[in-house]
Design a protein around this ligand. Structure first.
Ligand code: 3H9
Length: 719
């Protein structure tokens, strides 16, 4: 809704009312049309102010309306009517003016923003473009290069930057509505000809073609196959080259293409999925989001390797006091320097002064005695972690939450080492921990809802997207990664090269294919785990290692490389070669190719031609199948949890919505059929055997992803 009141005698104050972000729903648009009309025809009203209730101007078009039958007045003519008004209209921007919200403000004759407000055109992140005139008005107002930057990245800017760019006319520290009303009184009766942005000529840069070519190249490079950034460049080009009316036509055309694309649906799904994961419930039915988290003021990190350092930085940047513990003196000194440098760089990047030093260091574990929460980040070794948990349980004050950063080990087993297993929870960060957005919060069988709630809340405070998951080997992300990597190894045995597999996955949209990724994270990590599991045959390189373990197909390729000291980037050799250890540029390695040929010859394997389609189907469908098993097992409560984990932690292209959403887009029946096909061809690969939940969903007519939870619930109740 929108409500109109008259203030200061002659100013019509229109307030958008649609909590929580005053999105421009059909009712709001209707309200704006009606109230503006009334205000303009009221002779006592000399000028108009538009503001939003509850501290936010407007979060843009109502995303929930997308994909439904649109009703109510459309945005574009509504904004044109405001711009064409004969009385000055002032936008009072508090909180945020985003997307259609900013476009509405650009239709007004003046814009006044609060100093804490954020402005932006984030449509691109929803697979769209600012199609209520944003692509045509913004370049006319602030020039083509700045508009291109804002529209193609969707970044939010501060009021100060908006003022500097010329997006707003004034910034206030006071109550925005008061400032806007005062301003509206001062401009009442003044001519408006110079204030209608659509009538401005668009500044035409002299190097127009080169500018747009460079912009196009940049978005294509970064977009990883997303089409909206490309359309954004095309729309801004229309502003720079066509009259306004024709530019608007072009904006509409481009929007229509995007609107019906699968990518927009995927990105909008991600928007809501990201918010849905914070409303998680435990298998017991207890909801962590209704269970009150306990405040954490002081935390400790035990173990200052790469992960521990990143976690320390993330906690300190969230404003907590941190006790950082490392028992090895040399490692402690190095960590101290590294953490200080990271904090300094972080402060510089965020444009803030480095805060008072909130981190204290100790080589004595007794230093954790008085903290509210401890995160253990020692080496990934169960015996070592068990010892740390036993110590923490004795040393920490009663009620301290004990968290482990393990990426795969059994959280229940660690909890059993303590006096209060209900206070134990997994906090699985992703490297680098102060940068990566994802946090898997792993609830053990005895973790209390308050413990989970506290870990989730702490994750939020650190700016993470926290997803609560159940306890099993590898939790959600790493458990699904296993069949994906396994398929990639099998494909090499059958005739593919690392280059071919990586190219297929990178063209799909991953920033790195499986082998480049493996070189980056280190082949020795998986090797150590496989050795721990008794899967690696010692001295395999000199013999002919078996290709099955316990009746299951197994590829020893990774083990063979590790036996030769090829650990990836850190040793300068892995699936690729590097100029020197630590270098990041992967080059094809002829040695590796002849090694693969010899390996195949030794095992009597005949290389066959493998195409991109097969790479994608085998790697991705095996991963997706495991995702369905995770849902069957209740390790994740819904497909959204899995999708958010993959988008934020594993580089799954956001415009493809995450693996489970993608399965729905491909068609569950097709995924099932291909898995059956590959399982028939590889009966010794259990990961390719389609799981029951997938079969059940297909039998039930392949419902859309938002209806899977009902099927999963039924599935569990029948177990
Ligand atoms: C557009 O404008 C297209 C036009 O150019 C052209 C059309 C022709 N609609 O994020 P939060 C909900 S496209 C509907 O947790 P915060 C959200 O789902 C739009 N609902 O709060 C959540 O619901 P729930 C371009 C929306 O304070 C609740 O509000 N605009 C919308 O952390 C709270 O959200 C954007 O892309 C919406 N537009 O952040 C802006 N926005 O409570 C998208 C939010 O049920 N929005 N909701 O889970 C945001 O970026 C953030 O929500 C915002 C507030 C920064 C505004």
């Amino acid at each position: 809704m929108a409500q109109c009141t008259r203030v200061s005698g002659s100013v019509g104050l229109i307030t958008l009312q649609n909590p929580p972000v005053n999105a421009l729903s059909a009712a709001v648009r209707q309200g704006i049309v009606d109230t503006v009309k009334r205000a303009l025809s009221d002779p006592k009203v000399k000028s108009v102010v538009i503001c939003g209730q509850d501290g936010i101007f407007c979060g843009g078009a109502d995303i929930k309306e997308f994909g439904t039958k649109m009703s109510g007045p459309p945005l574009v003519p509504m904004i044109h009517a405001i711009e064409a008004a004969s009385k000055p209209v002032v936008a009072a921007i508090e909180g945020g003016a985003l997307g259609g919200g900013l476009e509405l403000a650009l239709g007004c004759h003046y814009r006044i923003a609060h100093s804490k407000a954020r402005l932006g055109l984030p449509e691109v992140s929803l697979g769209l473009l600012p199609a209520a005139g944003g692509t045509q008005r913004l370049p006319r107002l602030i020039g083509v290069p700045a508009a291109l930057d804002l529209i193609t990245t969707g970044r939010h800017i501060t009021a100060a930057e908006a003022l500097q760019l010329g997006v707003v006319d004034q910034v206030t520290e006071h109550r925005t509505v008061d400032a806007a009303v005062k301003f509206a009184l001062s401009v009442a009766g003044k001519p408006l000809d110079g204030r209608r942005i659509s009538t401005y000529p668009c500044p035409r840069p002299s190097d127009l073609d080169a500018l747009f070519e460079a912009a196009m190249q940049k978005v294509r490079q970064n977009a990883r196959g997303a089409i909206a950034p490309v359309a954004c460049v095309q729309a801004v080009r229309a502003a720079a080259t066509l009259p306004y009316i024709q530019g608007m036509e072009r904006e509409k055309e481009l929007m229509a293409t995007l609107f019906t694309s699968g990518q927009a649906r995927a990105l909008q799904y991600c928007f809501f999925a990201q918010r849905a994961v914070s409303k998680w419930s435990m298998p017991s039915g207890a909801r962590w989001d209704t269970s009150k988290p306990r405040p954490v003021h002081k935390a400790a990190v035990i173990g200052l390797g790469t992960m521990g350092r990143g976690i320390t930085v993330a906690l300190a940047q969230a404003g907590l006091s941190v006790v950082a513990v490392e028992t090895q003196e040399k490692q402690l000194m190095e960590a101290k320097q590294a953490v200080s440098a990271m904090l300094e760089r972080g402060a510089k990047r965020r444009g803030v002064a480095p805060g008072p030093d909130k981190v204290s260091y100790s080589h004595n574990i007794q230093a954790v005695a008085d903290v509210d929460l401890v995160i253990e980040a020692v080496f990934e070794d169960m015996d070592l972690k068990k010892k740390v948990f036993q110590q923490m349980s004795v040393i920490c004050k009663p009620g301290t939450f004990l968290c482990t950063n393990t990426s795969a080990l059994d959280v229940d087993h660690l909890a059993s080492q303590t006096r209060n297993p209900e206070l134990v929870v997994g906090m699985h960060f992703f490297a680098p921990a102060h940068v990566m957005k994802l946090l898997e919060v792993v609830h053990g069988s005895q973790s209390s809802p308050q413990t989970v709630a506290t870990a989730m809340q702490l994750g939020k405070k650190m700016g993470k997207v926290s997803v609560a998951v159940g306890n099993c080997r590898g939790f959600v992300g790493n458990r699904m990664l296993k069949p994906y990597v396994e398929q990639a190894f099998f494909l090499l045995e059958e005739g593919a090269t690392p280059e071919l597999v990586d190219r297929a996955l990178e063209e799909f949209g991953f920033p790195m294919g499986v082998f480049r990724m493996s070189d980056l994270s280190g082949l020795d990590v998986g090797w150590r785990v496989r050795r721990g599991d008794g899967l690696v045959e010692p001295g395999a390189a000199s013999g002919q290692p078996a290709r099955s373990r316990g009746g299951r197909r197994y590829s020893p390729l990774g083990d063979l490389l590790c036996e030769q000291g090829r650990f990836g980037q850190k040793t300068g050799r892995g699936w690729y070669q590097y100029d020197k250890p630590g270098s990041r540029i992967a080059r094809s390695d002829p040695w590796l190719h002849s090694f693969l040929e010899e390996y195949r010859a030794r095992h009597g394997l005949v290389a066959r031609r493998i195409d991109h389609q097969e790479v994608l189907e085998r790697c991705l469908y095996a991963l997706i199948n495991e995702g369905f098993r995770i849902l069957e097992d209740g390790i994740a409560t819904g497909p959204e949890d899995i999708d958010i984990i993959y988008v934020f932690g594993y580089g799954w292209p956001r415009h493809r919505g995450g693996p489970m959403f993608y399965a729905g887009m491909v068609g569950l029946a097709k995924v099932l059929e291909r898995l059956e096909h590959y399982h028939q061809a590889h009966p010794d690969v259990p990961y390719l055997q389609p799981c029951s939940l997938l079969r059940r969903l297909v039998a039930g007519g392949s419902p859309p992803v938002h209806r899977w939870r009902e099927v999963i619930k039924k599935f569990h109740s029948q177990l």
